[in-house]
Design a protein around this ligand. Structure first.
Ligand code: KG4
Ligand code: ZN
Length: 371
């Protein structure tokens, strides 16, 4: 495992757990990050290491599951060992072990899950099987900020309305509590993250596409190309992104390569603006639905890798304001896959007694509505 791919997301051992707090070691390995974190019930991230495999997958233009699984095997022990070392702790200082048990690429999930199971069995510590999506959904309760990070102490209480947008999922959920999710809307085809990744690939910009398209979009004209806004003329809260992707392909087939910078920037800005409009349209329908009105959530939250998108964050903040709601998003470092969100979801589940009592089989698919 090369040191240059390890990202330390914490402040080193400068933060320590105060007496009485429950301390959880969380492990994430469901996609292309091998990550571990130690988080306590007072919302301190005592150590957090993310070992990113992105450079290994970049030349293939996306995650190769077999390569990911092998990279997780090679990295996981060292990531856990270094996480404990950075927190100045040994395994006896940990109260709870948590790991992603799905959904995700099953090879990777198995590696993190077996590591966690081994540690729990050899130490007798309680073990929590965390749903990766619940990690994304609950992490704003560990740390949340406003769209531009100017206020970093937004408190997220249940119930809240959640836009969960990642590489594999795109859902609007009413979060009523730990393990209590009502599905309000979801994509009928691609996820938002997938659309960003595919458009980036079409333009030859690289993987992962979201951050690259986001950056280029900031430099372009969002009205340069007329992308469709699928389903926005229909009632309901479901999404469809495949039409936007097809429109992108059709536009590009009519323009000969090489694309110059101005073209790429305008293209990214126009595509991103269509995605933002779809998200805002569907969320405003959700806010007017009887289900959401009767639950009366006070906070509108975005989570998942796509929550890093600056245009989506600011458009959602504006929407929240218009509906007298508070907007919250995880800090950038906790949007994409990370161990801290798994440790936090592990703690929240542990606190309601949701620990593993019999063998758990990791699941490649595991909807939040089946917790
Ligand atoms: O949550 P995540 O790390 O992994 C999954 O659970 O899928 O999300 C990764 C996704 C990728 O599709 C990536 O392109 C997208 O999040 N993403 C972004 C941005 N940063 C990451 N999408 C749009 N704008 C961004 N700034
Ligand atoms: Zn994720």
């Amino acid at each position: 495992m090369s040191e240059d791919k390890i990202i330390h997301m914490d402040m080193g051992a400068s933060v320590s757990s105060s007496g009485g707090a429950t301390v959880c070691l969380g492990i994430e390995s469901s996609c292309d990050e091998t990550s571990a974190a130690i988080v306590d019930s007072n919302k301190n991230i005592l150590a957090h290491i993310i070992y990113s495999q992105i450079p290994e997958h970049q030349k293939y233009g996306g995650v190769v599951p077999e390569l990911a699984a092998r990279a997780h095997i090679l990295a996981i022990d060292e990531v856990i060992r270094q996480t404990l070392a950075r927190a100045n702790m040994n395994i006896n200082d940990i109260d709870v072990i948590a790991a992603t048990a799905g959904p995700g690429l099953i090879g990777g999930v198995l590696i993190g899950w077996m590591s966690a199971t081994g540690i729990a069995q050899s130490t007798g510590k309680p073990l929590v099987a965390v749903n990766h999506l619940e990690g994304h959904a609950l992490v704003p309760r560990l740390a949340a900020a406003t769209a531009d990070n100017t206020c970093s102490a937004v408190s997220v209480e249940f119930p809240y309305l959640l836009m969960l947008a990642s590489g594999g999922h795109c859902q609007i959920l009413l979060v009523r509590g730990v393990g209590k999710y009502d599905l309000i809307g979801q994509t009928l085809d691609d996820s938002a993250g997938e659309a960003f990744d595919k458009v980036s690939k079409m333009l030859g910009l690289g993987y992962p596409g979201g951050p690259i398209v986001d950056k280029r979009a900031a430099l372009g004209n969002p009205r340069a190309f007329d992308f469709p806004r699928p389903l926005t003329d229909k009632p309901g809260c479901d999404f469809s992104f495949s039409g936007i992707k097809t429109a992108a392909r059709t536009f590009l087939s009519k323009h000969a390569e090489p694309y110059n910078d101005e073209f790429i920037n305008d293209f990214c800005a126009s595509f991103q603006s269509a995605v933002v409009d779809c998200i805002i349209n569907r969320l405003s329908h959700a806010m007017r639905s009887n289900q959401v009105i009767s639950a009366n959530p006070k906070t509108l939250v975005v989570a998942g890798g796509v929550a890093k998108n600056s245009a989506i964050r600011s458009a959602m903040e504006k929407l929240a304001r218009e509906h007298n709601m508070v907007f919250a998003a995880p800090p950038m470092s906790l949007c994409t896959d990370n161990g801290a969100m798994i440790a936090w979801a592990g703690l929240e589940n542990y606190q309601i007694g949701n620990i593993v009592r019999e063998p758990v089989a990791p699941r490649p698919r595991w909807p939040l509505t089946e917790l």
